[in-house]
Design a binder for this molecule. Structure first.
Ligand code: PMP
Ligand code: GLN
Length: 385
């Protein structure tokens, strides 16, 4: 194909291919164990697969309603009430989306205008900053400080201006594994009170939280819920990242605007998967044990790398663990990640890729949503470095 003959004025001049695609490709090229991109290497529940097949065979294969299959929206409303005591109306306050990524993009696009400021905590999931920028907004970044990666709310206060349109939070947090507590929510509530600031709360790891902690969804806090769009992902919850199904919760007046954008991005999500999820959610046992399951994986992985020269603070949530390699090498993160995959056949993600400016914590992120055999092999490699 001949290239487009004119100069391209990129809307995202400093954005390359997502680190998750890059590292997974490198892992394939080097036949490496892939603990980089966040996805499980074990199977989806056969019960859930059977349900998808059933709904496909029964002919539920055409467009779903724009906001999502009603039965699934009802099941989401029930789950949200059961877990967090918050009532969302399935007709007007819940929209099923093709993954949380699309929900995040739609939420930002629906509300962020030219020159609006959006406060983002770094390290940050890689889609937030580009989504803000492509809409003409200005990302304002607050740093989460290692090793606890706690939010400095005084810093947030200093960054709030009359142009602040949105604050994006993510708990449990990718990539650090930190979680926000009730006192964080109280601070956030105080900051946004009597302002027009919206909160985008990315809660895709709501079911992966350790040490008996409870997930502090913003919807538990009426002063936050009234101004929040919450994004969730069935991909994370049911080990089915490839199904790209998630949802957004928001009060009706915010949801009305969200849907205006959502309908012209994708119109709707995959129909048979929505029906299957609606059935699967009827039994809370299908999601109640997920934290326990992943806590065992985290402990198994950490026990196996304990004797290595990597150091760590155990993740409090998510299926990611940061490992610090400063006792091993002074290489920057991207270089060390490349060395690990090419020389030792183990792929991880440099945490520097979660910052929009150069940064070096000398840590890599490892995904432990893997079979024990995979984790054992990976740990053996790490112990030999
Ligand atoms: N937010 C965070 C923090 C994530 O880690 C991910 C990755 N799954 C997403 C959003 C996107 O989720 P989905 O795969 O449902 O688009
Ligand atoms: N959320 C996943 C991660 O952090 C990857 C999602 C993606 O590949 N875009 O690894």
């Amino acid at each position: 194909m001949k290239p487009y003959p004119d100069a391209i004025s990129s809307k995202l001049p400093n954005t390359g291919t997502s680190i998750f695609a890059v590292m997974s490709q490198l892992a394939r090229e080097h036949d490496a164990i892939n603990l980089s991109q966040g996805f499980p290497d074990f199977e989806v529940s056969p019960k859930l697969i059977d349900l998808v097949v059933k709904h496909m065979r029964e002919g539920r294969n055409q467009y779903a309603p724009m906001a999502g299959v009603p039965a699934l929206r009802e099941a989401i409303a029930e789950k949200t009430y059961r877990l967090y005591g918050a009532e969302y109306n399935p007709d007007t306050e819940i929209t099923v989306t093709p993954g949380a990524t699309q929900a995040i993009f739609a939420a930002i696009t629906a509300f962020v205008r030219e020159e609006d400021e959006v406060i983002i905590f770094e390290p940050a999931y890689d889609s937030y900053v580009p989504a803000v920028k492509i809409n003409g907004g200005m990302p304002i970044t607050c740093k989460l400080m290692a090793p606890s990666f706690a939010v400095d709310w005084e810093e947030v206060r200093r960054y709030v201006t009359s142009r602040t349109k949105m604050i994006i939070i993510n708990t449990p947090h990718n990539p650090t594994g930190s979680v926000l507590g009730a006192s964080d929510m109280a601070e956030l509530e105080k900051i946004v009170k009597n302002t027009g600031i919206l909160v985008l709360s990315d809660e895709v790891y709501e079911h992966i939280i350790f040490g008996g902690k409870t997930h502090e969804s913003v919807c538990r806090y009426p002063g936050l819920a009234e101004r929040s769009l919450i994004t969730c992902s069935f991909g994370k919850t049911f080990h089915a990242t490839g199904w790209k199904t998630g949802y957004c919760l928001a009060p009706a007046n915010l949801m009305k605007e969200f849907r205006k954008t959502h309908q012209f991005m994708v119109f709707c999500s995959n129909t048979p998967v929505q029906h299957a999820l609606a059935d699967f959610l009827q039994d809370p046992d299908n999601y109640d044990g997920i934290s326990r399951f992943y806590e065992q994986k985290r402990d198994f992985f950490l026990e196996a790398v304990k004797s290595s020269r990597f150091s760590f603070t155990p993740a409090a949530g998510t299926y990611f663990q940061l490992l610090d390699y400063s006792k091993i090498s002074d290489q920057p993160e991207a270089e060390f990640a490349r060395y690990l995959v090419t020389e030792h056949k183990l792929a991880a993600v440099p945490t520097s890729s979660f910052y929009h400016k150069p940064h070096n914590n000398q840590t890599l992120r490892f995904c432990f949503a893997k079979s024990d055999t995979t984790l054992e092999k990976a740990a053996e490699i790490l112990c030999n470095i």
